[in-house]
Each structure stands twice: as C-alpha cells, then as structure tokens.
Design a protein around this ligand. Structure first.
Ligand code: HEC
Ligand code: HEC
Length: 275
C-alpha cells in the first residue's frame, strides 16, 4: 500500500500541473478573442468609413496587386500578334466599360472612379506600362477584390480584353499615340439645351444630361465608330438595349418614349450641323 501511494503522488501532481497549464492557455485564448471582438466592435465602423490612407496602406495594396497579377498571369499566353483593328476595338471598349472610372484620357479622373476608395488609378502612367500584357489581362478579366475594380471576364470576350490591353499600351507616355479627343460642347451648343423646351431643344438637354455627349461628342462628332448619324430603328435598338461594345441601355425608366423621340430629333440635326 505505502509503495503504491508513493508512486501515485508525483503522477497526480504532474496531472495537476498540466491541467493548470491547459486552463491558463484556455483563459489566455478567451481573453485574446474578447479583445479582438471588442476592438472590431470599436474600430470596425471606422474601417468601413475611412477615406484617407493609413501609413503604407497604398504600398501594401500595390504589393498585393503586384503579387496577385503576377500569380494570375503565369498561366496566360498573350496572342502572338494583335489584329490591326485591335486598337480601335480596344478604344471603344475602353470608352464604354472603363472611362467612367479611369477617365476618358486614362488619367484616373473618371467621375465614378473618383468616388471609390481606393480611387481608380491612372492607366496612362509608367506603373501600368510596367505590367506585362498577361498581367493587365488578368486584372481586367478578374478584377481586384477590395477595390472598386470589377472583373470583366464574363462581359467581355477574350479578344475584347486583349484589345483593351493593346489600347492601354498605346497610352504609354513614350509612344504618345494620337488618341482622338472627344470634343467638349461649345457655349452655343449648350445654349440650345433648354430643358423647358420640346422637340430638338429638349433632345439637346437630354443628350447632355444622360451623358451621351461624353461618348459621342458634342454634335455626335466623336471619332470612329462613336460618331452618331443614325436615327432609325437601329438607333432606337442601340439606345434601348445597349450594345456589347459598351453602349449603355437606356430603359423607359430613364428615357420616356416622348424623350426618346426628342433625342432622335436632336440627333437628326447633327447631319445638317456638320459637313
Ligand atoms: C467601377 C470603377 C471601375 C471600372 C468600371 C474599371 N475600373 Fe479598373 N480599377 C478601378 C479601381 C478602384 C482600381 C484599383 C486602383 C488601385 O488601388 O490601384 C482599378 C485598377 C485597375 C488596374 C490596375 C492598375 C494598377 O496598376 O494598379 C487596371 C489595369 C485596370 N483597373 C483596368 C481597367 C480596365 C481596362 C477597365 C475597363 C475594361 C476598368 N479598369 C474598369 C476601378 C474601375
Ligand atoms: C459610355 C459611352 C456611351 C454613352 C454614355 C452613350 N453611348 Fe451610344 N454608343 C456607345 C458605343 C460604344 C456604341 C457602339 C459603337 C459601335 O458599335 O460601333 C454606341 C452606339 C450608339 C448608337 C448606334 C450607332 C449606330 O449608328 O449604330 C446610337 C444611336 C447611340 N449610341 C446613341 C446614344 C445616345 C442617344 C446616348 C445617350 C442617351 C448614348 N448613345 C450614350 C457608347 C456610349
């Protein structure tokens, strides 16, 4: 009996020591968890609201984008040579799908892009040109989580995305390709846009208010395929249903039948107002 007690005692002591350690560990984890929940509760809302940079936040974001793009691009092979039309296709897709955020001149000053955090970046700078074609493709196709950059993989075809990449390349500060500039309306043109009027004057007001002017030019005189002449059924379909090239659809919610007729009446004046 005495022998037995002697061997038991150190063993139960050891068990008690271990139990003590485990309890401390549990208490420690619980405290950490509590602190975590408490700080998330206290500072969480300000995380959602913050609109200024914390130290190194931009650099950290940049590094994350670099790593994601490099990883994603590893499985991609760009087409061996861009088709000659790629630049024009790329420009149209860019104006339709990207310019609201990255700006018509790719300077990052699109009206929508300036509202997000982080703001949409300039795409005509050395940072963007430093990326490989495959990296640009990957970013455009997949988007960037935690930023406002949407993925276009399910909306644009492969060919359209490579075309946008070709277009972005043409914006390199070194090549300075002659990117056509969409004309801004003159005061005379704007004077015609009286919203109390009917017919063509009403159409002129709508043309500016609905943003048509941003893509198609003041008097439909944007370069290339963005030039506006048509006022027939094809035009109606493009306006109501949008197009794959990035023409937004304007439903009856934003554009009533009467307003659509006024708009077409205004577009019809373009034919006479320019050669
Ligand atoms: C809704 C707004 C929005 C639209 C539309 C949009 N982007 Fe972005 N884009 C962003 C934001 C925000 C970022 C992240 C900026 C940052 O922090 O670098 C971004 C980042 C990018 C980047 C990575 C820039 C870099 O080097 O860090 C590329 C390339 C890019 N966009 C291309 C495009 C192209 C091409 C289109 C059109 C097919 C497009 N984006 C449409 C908002 C937008
Ligand atoms: C974000 C840019 C954008 C905006 C805003 C926009 N469009 Fe377009 N529009 C396009 C693109 C891109 C096309 C397609 C060009 C092509 O396929 O050749 C197009 C095509 C059209 C066409 C067909 C042209 C043709 O001859 O087949 C009409 C008509 C048209 N737009 C009218 C309008 C009107 C009216 C508005 C304003 C209510 C408007 N668009 C707003 C980009 C835009």
């Amino acid at each position: 009996m005495a022998e037995q007690i002697e061997t038991m005692t150190p063993r139960s002591q050891r068990i008690r020591v271990w139990l003590g350690r485990v309890l401390w560990l549990l208490a420690g984890s619980l405290l950490t968890l509590l602190l975590f929940v408490l700080s998330a509760w206290l500072w969480g809302p300000s995380l959602l609201a913050h609109r200024t940079d914390w130290p190194f936040e931009r650099q950290l974001g940049r590094t994350m984008i670099d790593r994601a793009a490099a990883q994603g691009a590893a499985q991609l092979t760009p087409p061996s040579s861009a088709r000659p039309q790629a630049l024009e296709t790329g420009r149209i897709v860019y104006l339709g799908a990207c310019s609201q955020c990255h700006g018509a001149d790719a300077d990052g000053k699109g009206w929508l892009g300036m509202l997000s955090y982080p703001p949409a970046s300039a795409l005509n700078d050395a940072d963007t040109q430093a990326r490989s074609d495959a990296e640009l493709y990957w970013i455009i196709a997949n988007g960037l989580s935690f930023t406002g950059m949407p993925g276009f993989g399910d909306r644009l075809s492969d060919e359209q995305i490579w075309a946008v990449v070709t277009y972005l390349r043409s914006l390199s500060p070194n090549t300075l390709a002659p990117v056509p500039v969409i004309p801004t309306p003159t005061t005379q043109e704007l004077a015609g846009a009286d919203s109390t009027q009917t017919g063509a004057s009403r159409g002129a007001a709508l043309y500016t208010a609905l943003g048509c002017v941003n893509c198609h030019g003041a008097v439909g005189n944007a370069p290339g395929r963005l030039e506006l002449r048509a006022t027939d059924q094809r035009a109606v379909r493009a306006i109501r249903e949008g197009t794959e090239e990035g023409m937004p659809a304007y439903s009856t919610d934003v554009l009533s039948e009467a307003d659509l007729r006024a708009l077409l009446q205004y577009i019809a004046t373009f034919r006479t107002s320019r050669p």
